[in-house]
Write a protein that binds this ligand. Structure first.
Ligand code: AMP
Ligand code: FE
Ligand code: FE
Ligand code: ZN
Length: 284
């Protein structure tokens, strides 16, 4: 679906500083070409794309909310927390993201070791797929499998050797979502749960605890959400006057998600900006 108007906002985009396939500057440019007025760069567990994206936003004349998508886990269940406009130098939050990134490296090495029993794949093959210092993840291993001819696409690799149910799978360290939300708030940011109604939902108890920590809202517009889960979360939104966002979760060529396929209402963008004190939006 194309963006409805020039005021369209898409608040969940990845660049090659994590597992997107385009540089931050290219992501910003593509967003402008897609007719978006406001975007957020939300690479996994890193702020490394902020400077390049900010400069590009000023050049392209687009508004940018610097952000991140922070990995967390509750009882083995993965929760992704979108963080907007936080202070990128906040010691505790930067330490937490660094710990996740560091652990992802050992995890990927172990994963490759497991895969190497079956595929002639090396660590160098994986590193070759990753931009300098990017947050490493299964998508880079997927790209190495594709480059080696062992999978036809990221999708194919995720269905096969990278599947969590498969014998090669290795997990990585991820903090509790309560801690993540707490630190985002302390760092002056606004916390929104990404794709909260996908396969498996957080229990209500967890949602209430996150709200008590200052969780601001839910990404109800996302291709992975299922209708019943969205309906359920709407009751929380109404009861607590929460922020609701819609986003594409763009990964360049790494996923079929198209820019602007879900968008966020301008009034919600304004609420995110008003609720943040850690860093300023770039108004290009
Ligand atoms: P990781 O955090 O390293 O376990 O990898 C998870 C990442 O892989 C997510 O951020 C997704 O963007 C990406 N991902 C998950 N499933 C797929 C898929 N089927 N195709 C492409 N990318 C995927
Ligand atoms: Fe991703
Ligand atoms: Fe996610
Ligand atoms: Zn994402």
């Amino acid at each position: 679906m194309p963006p409805e108007s020039s005021a369209s906002a898409d608040l969940h985009l990845h660049s090659d500083r994590s597992d997107g396939t385009e540089t931050p500057a290219t992501v910003v440019r593509q967003a402008r070409l897609a007719g978006l007025a406001t975007i957020a760069l939300t690479d996994h567990d890193t702020t490394r794309g902020w400077d390049e994206a900010s400069q590009a936003a000023l050049r392209e004349g687009i508004a940018l909310l610097p952000g991140a998508e922070i990995s967390s886990k509750h009882r083995g269940f993965s929760v992704h927390v979108l963080a907007y406009l936080f202070d990128p130098t906040h010691p505790e939050l930067t330490r937490l993201m660094a710990r996740v990134r560091d652990d992802r490296i050992g995890r990927a090495e172990q994963f490759v070791e497991n895969l190497a029993r079956e595929y002639p794949l090396t660590w160098d093959d994986v590193i070759a797929q990753r931009a300098d210092d990017a947050t490493i993840g299964r998508p880079h291993i997927a790209d190495a499998l594709v480059a080696g001819g062992f999978a036809t696409s990221r999708e194919d690799a995720f269905r096969g050797p990278l599947n969590p149910a498969g014998r090669h799978y290795v997990g990585h360290y991820a903090p509790d979502p309560l801690e993540v939300v707490r630190l985002i708030v302390r760092a002056g940011g606004v916390a929104v749960i990404a794709h909260p109604a996908g396969r498996g939902m957080m229990p209500d108890r967890m949602i209430r605890a996150l709200l008590a920590e200052g969780l601001a809202g839910f990404e109800l517009g996302h291709r992975e959400n299922v209708r019943s889960g969205v309906m359920h979360l709407r009751s929380f939104v109404e009861a607590h006057d929460l922020i609701v966002t819609g986003s594409s979760d763009y990964h360049g060529a790494g996923k079929p998600n198209r820019l602007g396929e879900h968008t966020t209402a301008p009034v919600m963008v304004d609420r995110i900006i008003a609720g943040a004190s850690g860093s300023a939006p770039i108004l290009g």
